[in-house]
Write a protein that binds this ligand. Structure first.
Ligand code: C2E
Ligand code: MG
Ligand code: MG
Length: 733
């Protein structure tokens, strides 16, 4: 009988190719990959042994007797020993793929270990004893006098039985955890069951065609496709592991109680660079950082979690090693990075987290990394997780969650805070201020959530919501009737960095047909510190379109006169802190007075924020401040309250000054109010189910009579009067 070795040759080729690919592939330290490697190596050895075995078998008896008998015994034993490892390894591989070792209970794992090891030990013992006991009993196989291999009578089928047992065990594992496996993976795993079962059965009936190793090679080839899928765990730009890999590997390390130290590397400028450079440049910069990190820390797991956010995970590192790594990274960031012709100096921040001391789960590590990435409080170059305020961290995470769903859950609102004109001595408009409520319906301060919204990008849609709401409100009223001459809208840093900001604003404005003259966009000083080109372009487009631009919170931070001089601002809003300070400190009051003088001399208007008392208002109006905004004139309030306040104060102003509204204003007003009444009427009727017997709505007039209308102030020049009036609708108190 001649043995056909062709399938074995093919299998050897497959294994060699797989091993070469494995070696060059970016391998993750996952259990499944380890088992895959063992499976490939063991199958490869089994195939080589099978070829040698076939080679001896194919010799003539005369030739074979000349071959060393122990050698033939050894070749067969090696073949059996390694062949016997294949199916248990596959079972382990399947278990790793379904994350059995991570998710199963201790008792389950012990049972599984027993189920795998017991038959294995039995089989391998029988195989190893085969040559030694051959005189008395033929266990797995035996050799004739001419060194010809013959199947054993005692154990041969038992060994096949054990092989089938492992296939069944793997099948049971796949079946039990079928829900955790994607269909593709299930098919891949079942292919092994199919191939190895088919191969083994074929081998029993056709012992001269050595096909078993080839069938294993085919399944390993299919697995390698699956391993290839781990490419999805590698970031294409930097060739480093991605967030998903970070989650998988770190979770495993934590489960195994490995002591790890995470160094998060943030490149803050990346976000702003994205508006200056195209994607290709950014990818190059990220790639260059990746190359540096890999070269500098070849034995460390390195991840690229996000644009401009890297992370290194050291296993069992001592503090000195971590300090050295921190030093090396920081030193490199003192030099420039190159992306084609661009040479860029990047500002990096590092965050060091020791686990399990400072974080006990991957989620906790991610939370810290995220917090440091997004929180203004952690802007120093090196942050240790042990110094991070845990309560604050939780609060930020909660806020991020609220913010993420705020738009879809209608949690944002727009409030209006009145603005008083010292020239006209009346309220002439308002600043639109965003409001957010938490799940309990309580307000969250914008000071708290705006920085988070900026970092998470939510501010873009929130800003659009504010502007859209403002425009919708203005579109439904007659501006003259309400005396509205100006509405201020805040623009955040992030919004200002958007190339399309001006176009976006103008298109919303066009939809609602809002005249440019009443819109005023406020930009804070910090916004002016970033990428001036885009900001300047946006501002110029807006200014050309006729809207007003204001510098907000002037004096609150680092005041750069250049920005005030070079950007097209018409109005400077003095920060409430410097207004308040001027009233408690003589020097500060001198400084404020000269600041106001300077702004006026530069031809710009001045608004003072935070006016809470009549003394403040009196003094500042003597200094020539054009507008006031503060609790003294009204707190931020809902739209309807604001409109009501504006209407009353405007009517009073017209009355006192002997002015009359234009016909158009009166007509518009009537129209608007009749529409509003209709809506109100319907809503109220629905609410109270106040329908008459015919199902008709009871006329609104009958009910609105009961509504409390605040008395008009006798003298609108007196802010106290306005304050009293406003107290009726003050929502924030
Ligand atoms: P801001 O633009 O300087 O707004 C004025 C802030 O001062 C408001 O705080 C207002 O309620 C408060 N304020 C006004 N007068 C007084 C006063 O007399 N006493 C006191 N104690 N406070 C007064 P708010 O509404 O909490 O907003 C804080 C900041 O959040 C705003 O400062 C602004 O920078 C930002 N913000 C608010 N709404 C928006 C928005 O829609 N978009 C953006 N990007 N930022 C917004
Ligand atoms: Mg503002
Ligand atoms: Mg302000």
């Amino acid at each position: 009988m001649q043995f056909c070795l062709d399938f074995d040759y093919a299998a050897v080729c497959i294994f060699i190719i797989l091993l070469i690919f494995y070696y060059f592939r970016n391998q993750l330290e996952l259990l499944q990959n380890k088992f895959f490697l063992y499976l490939t190596v063991i199958s490869f050895i089994a195939t080589v042994a099978d070829i040698v075995y076939g080679y001896f078998q194919n010799m003539s008896d005369a030739e074979r007797v000349l071959v060393s008998r122990p050698l033939i015994w050894a070749v067969n034993v090696v073949y059996y020993v390694v062949n016997m490892m294949i199916t248990p390894l596959f079972t382990m591989y399947a278990a790793a793929l379904v994350n059995f070792f991570d998710v199963a209970k201790g008792s389950e794992k012990r049972t599984f270990r027993l189920l795998v090891i017991t038959p294995f030990v039995f089989a391998e013992t029988a195989i190893i004893l085969t040559p030694f006991l051959s005189q008395w009993v033929t266990l797995a196989f035996t050799l004739t006098e001419t060194n010809f291999y013959v199947r054993g009578t005692t154990c041969f089928y038992a060994l096949y039985g054990i092989t089938f047992y492992y296939i069944l065990l793997a099948f049971a594992m796949i079946y039990r955890y079928r829900k955790t496996l994607a269909t593709g993976k299930k098919i891949i795993l079942l292919s092994f069951v199919f191939f190895s079962f088919g191969g083994s059965v074929f081998q029993i009936f056709f012992p001269d065609v050595l096909i078993q190793c080839f069938s294993v090679a085919l399944s390993v080839l299919v697995f390698s496709y699956n391993i290839e899928q781990t490419g999805m765990l590698v970031d294409g730009v930097t060739n480093l592991y991605n967030q998903q890999a970070f989650n998988m590997i770190t979770t495993r390390q934590i489960r195994l109680n490995t002591h790890i130290t995470v160094i998060g590397v943030y490149i803050d400028d990346m976000f702003f660079l994205s508006s200056t450079y195209d994607q290709e440049h950014l990818d190059k910069i990220n790639g260059e950082i990746g190359v540096f990190l890999k070269k500098q820390f070849p034995k460390t797991l390195i991840y690229h979690l996000n644009m401009g956010q890297f992370c290194l995970v050291f296993e069992d590192a001592d503090p000195r090693q971590i300090e050295k790594a921190v030093f090396q990274i920081r030193t490199r960031f003192h030099q420039q990075w190159t992306a084609e012709e661009a040479h860029i100096l990047l500002y990096s921040r590092l965050c060091v987290i020791a686990c399990p001391e400072e974080a006990q789960s991957t989620a906790e590590i991610s939370d810290i990394l995220h917090l440091v990435a997004n929180d203004e409080r952690y802007k120093s170059a090196l942050i240790y997780a042990r110094n991070i305020d845990i309560a604050y961290r939780r609060r930020t995470i909660t806020l991020e969650h609220v913010l993420k769903n705020a738009l879809s859950e209608n949690k944002f609102e727009v409030y209006f805070q009145p603005i008083y004109s010292t020239a006209q001595k009346r309220l002439i408009g308002a600043e639109a201020l965003i409001r957010l409520r938490d799940d309990e319906g309580n307000f969250i301060s914008p000071e708290e959530f705006i920085p988070i919204a900026e970092k998470t990008g939510v501010i873009l849609r929130a800003g659009e919501f504010v502007f859209d709401t403002v425009c919708r409100t203005l579109a439904r009223i007659n501006l003259e009737r309400y005396g509205i001459e100006k509405i201020d809208i805040n623009l955040s840093v992030t919004q200002c960095m958007q190339e399309i900001l001006a176009e976006q604003i103008m298109s919303i404005q066009a939809v609602y047909q809002i005249p440019s003259r009443i819109l005023d966009f406020e930009i804070t000083e910090t916004a002016t510190a970033y990428t001036p080109e885009i900001l300047l372009r946006n501002m110029q487009t807006l200014a050309d379109n006729g809207v007003e631009l204001s510098l907000d919170d002037y004096g609150s931070g680092y005041s750069n006169m250049n920005y005030m001089l070079n950007l097209p601002f018409k109005l400077i809003k003095l920060d409430k802190e410097i207004v308040w300070k001027a009233f408690s400190n003589n020097k500060a009051s001198i400084a404020l007075a000269s600041t106001i003088q300077m702004i006026k001399a530069l031809g710009m208007l001045v608004l003072a924020e935070g006016i809470e008392t009549s003394e403040q208002a009196d003094w500042l109006s003597r200094l020539g401040v054009d507008y006031f905004q503060g609790y003294f004139y009204g707190r931020p309030m809902p739209t309807d309250d604001f409109l009501e306040l504006m209407k009353i104060s405007t009517e009073e102003y017209y009355k006192v000054n002997g002015l009359t509204f234009s016909d158009e204003a009166l007509a518009e007003d009537k129209k608007n109010f009749s529409e509003a009444d209709d809506v109100e009427e319907l809503e109220e009727a629905e609410e109270l189910e106040e329908l008459d017997e015919d199902g008709e709505v009871i006329p609104a007039a009958e009910k609105t009579e009961e509504k409390e209308v605040p008395e008009s102030p006798s003298d609108p020049d007196e802010p106290e009067e306005l304050e009293e009036l406003e107290e009726l609708e003050s929502p924030e108190e």
